[in-house]
Design a protein around this ligand. Structure first.
Ligand SMILES: NC(=O)c1ccc[n+]([C@@H]2O[C@H](COP(=O)([O-])OP(=O)(O)OC[C@H]3O[C@@H](n4cnc5c(N)ncnc54)[C@H](O)[C@@H]3O)[C@@H](O)[C@H]2O)c1
Ligand SMILES: O=C(O)C(=O)C[C@@H](O)[C@H](O)[C@H](O)COP(=O)(O)O
Ligand SMILES: [Zn+2]
Length: 359
């Protein structure tokens, strides 16, 4: 097992990474405050991993909340089911919520923990590649609104993150590609050498070579932990973690959440960010094409849905959380490995990028 730390002063926490970690209670116990836990999961993950977790937590009084699967359920009504269970079973402030599942479950459980009786502890046990490399770390929690992704939420850090790499064995191929989108993101924004490594090893990563996948998770979590420690609440540098997301979130919202996976929308969105960076002359055409090739090699879409118009993009991008005083800010690339967050771009280049993505 390997361990990283998210360094946030008295709210610091460990990320445990290894195979078959779910099976032992030892790692979780120090992070559980009372005698009671509430495990939140979905109806796909529950039959796969809930029994092992329940066995590991046999010493605790357990409440189970099994939610419907998928992005379409990351909303108020589903969140309410968590509060109904906590209140119905009279959980008090010493309870610990445990998110067992992908990013949808992690984001909702974290938000429920932030809100329930004004804040109780929670632990992340991410079971998708995407949630292991990204959503379980950093404390962004929340739900979607029909008008925009993750529009209601809170920054609220977990007590610990437990990444059991064995759980990836049951993950469908499409979800592996979705996770690779966020992994490629780290290379593009922060680590050119990691991007080279990903390019060389993409086929083996897609085939879930266990040493390589563990290394990709370690390197991704290390980058995310470093960025989050530098800027927990996205006052500045943290926004680079949003590469491709302004376009990607517009795609997800337009598609009504669910038909495009988050990672797929981020894949196409990163190609648009590469394209705009090239149109602005910040990267050259070869770099743009290389970036797009790596994203395609991960099995991700490299263009938005044909049904989306330039007006759709403009309308949906206008509610992005990086908009300040009505001004759109975007994460763009100065090179493959260096991102900036800027409002200082030629609007005609953006128009050409949006129109080009549809051609
Ligand atoms: N908080 C953050 O920093 C952050 C970062 C990135 C993404 N997100 C959010 O995360 C969500 C996407 O997360 P996701 O890609 O994990 O999607 P998800 O949670 O919908 O999980 C994907 C699918 O895989 C299934 N699944 C989960 N684990 C499995 C396993 N081990 N074996 C088989 N099936 C399994 C789920 O039931 C679901 O059908 C989005 O809502 C996105 O906005 C948040
Ligand atoms: O942790 C972050 O910061 C990120 O931006 C990570 C993203 O991959 C993630 O999708 C996040 O939920 C997007 O945040 P949002 O603030 O744009 O909703
Ligand atoms: Zn994301």
């Amino acid at each position: 097992m390997q361990c990283l730390n998210v360094d946030l002063g008295d709210r610091s926490y460990p990320i445990y990474i290894g195979a078959r970690l779910l099976e032992g209670p030892g790692l979780l116990a120090p992070h559980i405050s009372g005698k009671r836990v509430c495990i939140v999961t979905d109806d796909t993950v529950a039959p796969l991993y809930l029994p092992a977790l329940e066995t590991a937590l046999a010493a605790y009084q357990i409440t189970r909340v099994v939610l419907p699967t998928g992005e379409a359920f990351k909303n108020w009504a589903t969140l309410q089911q968590i509060f109904d269970a906590l209140l119905g079973e009279r959980h008090d402030r010493k309870t610990t919520l445990i998110a067992l599942g992908g990013g949808v479950i992690g984001d909702m459980t974290g938000f429920a923990a932030a809100c329930y009786q004004r804040g109780v502890n929670f632990i992340q046990i991410p079971t998708t590649l995407l949630s292991q490399v990204d959503s379980s770390v950093g404390g962004k929690t929340g739900i979607n609104h029909p008008a925009g992704k993750n529009m209601i939420g809170a920054f609220y850090q977990p007590q610990a993150v437990l990444i059991d790499t064995s759980s990836l064995q049951t993950l469908p191929e499409r979800e592996i590609s979705a996770g690779l989108a966020e992994i490629i993101k780290y290379g593009l924004i922060r680590d050119a050498e990691f991007l080279d490594w990903l390019e060389r090893n993409m086929a083996s990563l897609r085939a879930l070579d266990s040493d390589l996948v563990t290394e990709a998770i370690m390197r991704s979590c290390a980058i995310k932990a470093e960025v989050v420690a530098a800027d927990e609440r996205e006052g500045g540098v943290r926004a680079i973690l949003n590469l491709g997301h302004t376009f990607g979130h517009a795609i997800e919202t337009h598609q009504g959440y669910g038909s495009w996976l988050h990672g797929e929308a981020v894949g196409a969105g990163m190609v648009m960010a590469l394209d705009l960076s090239a149109r602005l002359g910040w990267i050259d055409v070869q770099q743009f094409e290389r970036g797009r090739r790596i994203i395609a090699a991960a099995g991700l879409p490299v263009a938005p849905p044909e049904s989306m118009t330039v007006d759709d993009f403009r309308r949906l991008m206008a509610v992005d959380k990086k908009v300040l005083d009505g001004q759109l800010r975007l994460v763009l690339l100065r090179s493959l490995g260096e991102a900036i967050v800027t409002a200082d771009f030629d609007t005609e280049a953006l128009s050409a990028c949006l129109a080009g993505a549809q051609s």
